[in-house]
Write a protein that binds this ligand. Structure first.
Ligand SMILES: Nc1ncnc2c1ncn2[C@@H]1O[C@H](COP(=O)(O)OP(=O)(O)OP(=O)(O)O)[C@@H](O)[C@H]1O
Ligand SMILES: [Mg+2]
Length: 111
C-alpha cells in the first residue's frame, strides 16, 4: 500500500496538516520536537490503530482537542484506491460509524 495523500488532525503537536507524499522516497527533516516522529506515529495509527510510543491513543490526542483523525488516500497492491479514516476520541474508543468530524471543510464518516 502506498499513500497518495495524508490528512492529520489533532495528533500530538500536529493540529491540522495535509501531506502529499512523493511516490518515491520521502525525507522527513525538522528540528527537535517539530513533529517528525508524530508524522510517523500518525501513519502507524492509520495502519495499526494504536501508537508505537504509548499504550493508549488518548495521550496521542492534541492537548487542546478531544479527538484525533488520521485519514489517507491509498493505492493498494492491485492498483485499487482506498480511502482510510481513523477517528479516535478521548474515551479511548474508535468513534465508529456514527462518529462525525470535519477535516478540510469536508464532513466524514468512518469505515
Ligand atoms: N498530546 C500532545 N499534544 C500536544 N503536543 C504534544 C502531545 N504529545 C507530545 N506533544 C509535543 O509534540 C512534540 C512531538 O514532537 P516529536 O517527538 O514528534 O518531534 P521530533 O521531530 O520527532 O523530535 P526529535 O527530533 O527530538 O525526535 C513535542 O514538542 C511534544 O512536547
Ligand atoms: Mg523523533
Amino acid at each position: 500500500m502506498s499513500l497518495l495523500k495524508l490528512d492529520i488532525y489533532g495528533v500530538r503537536n500536529i493540529q491540522k496538516e495535509s501531506i502529499t507524499p512523493s511516490p518515491a522516497i520521502n525525507l522527513i527533516v525538522g528540528e527537535n520536537a517539530s513533529g517528525k516522529s508524530t508524522l510517523i506515529e500518525a501513519i502507524f495509527i492509520l495502519g495499526r490503530a494504536k501508537s508505537f510510543r504509548c499504550s493508549t491513543i488518548k495521550s496521542v490526542i492534541n492537548f487542546t482537542q478531544n479527538h484525533l483523525v488520521v485519514s489517507a488516500q491509498t493505492v493498494q497492491e492491485n492498483g485499487s484506491r482506498l480511502h482510510l479514516v481513523k477517528p479516535y476520541g478521548i474515551a479511548d474508543s474508535f468513534l465508529g460509524p456514527t462518529g462525525s468530524w470535519q477535516l478540510n471543510q469536508k464532513r466524514g464518516t468512518s469505515m
